[in-house]
Design a protein around this ligand. Sequence first.
Ligand code: ATP
Ligand code: MG
Length: 261
Amino acid sequence: MTRIIAVANQKGGVGKTTTTVNLAAALAALNERVLMIDLDPQGNATMGSGVDKNDLQASSYHWLMAELAFAEVSQASPASYQVMPSNLDLTAAEVALLQHNDREFVMRDLLKGDASAFDYVLIDCPPSLNILTVNALVAATSVLIPMQCEYYALEGLSALLDTVDGIREKANPILHIEGLLRTMYDPRNGLTRDVSRQLIHYFGDQVFRTVVPRNVRLAEAPSHGLPILLYDRGSRGSLAYQALAAEVRKRNAKRTSDRKQ
Ligand code: ATP
Ligand code: MG
């Protein structure tokens, strides 16, 4: 079964793209077949995967608009996963989708065929609950929510969880929370520790055990077009994303065995 994980949080700069790229690379290193879909017109996940967004013959725009087939648009990343790249063209798709009758289901319908060759599909969502993010949540089997442990983090979280609940009721009954991921974590900061405690109090096992520390190597890697695993394999950031990949795999293996019982 293909796991389709939307990496979403409408709050900007919380580590969505960093998480998508580095989890994709870490899962690929565990021999999983991974597709990374960049669903943000900023194209940061594309660049961070070693694909130049300014030099694309075709992008996710053409795929979503059914102008080109998946194989004509997607590319192999140097980090052993497949990339569905994006650039500013994607903003035009956002407008076009709004005219579409089945606007929320476009990506789900495309992925029914195109995702079957992969074990994991990771979707980097834009910092907004717009139609692109809704398409990702309708297509996904789960949502992974990166968040910084700061004062307003919990407030934004309830809007996102309400959206997830709404989509589960109306369009995608299997959608579940893959996990809440604490990013840019600084244990010396008292507020970080407080918010982290609250998260665990309210969400329990839905909070990943893995914590991603603030690590400058993670911020440097994208400027080299490399996931952290290839840029600095032994760095703390790299070890965190390797641990996250193992945790995601373990959770999914457990879900599969729970379903069989
Ligand atoms: P946007 O909402 O704009 O799409 P985002 O949620 O995708 O942002 P990122 O782009 O992944 O967030 O991260 C925001 C910035 O923080 C980037 O410059 C990134 O390199 C840096 N960053 C992310 N995670 C870490 C980390 N663990 N340690 C240090 N820097 C980080
Ligand atoms: Mg991003």
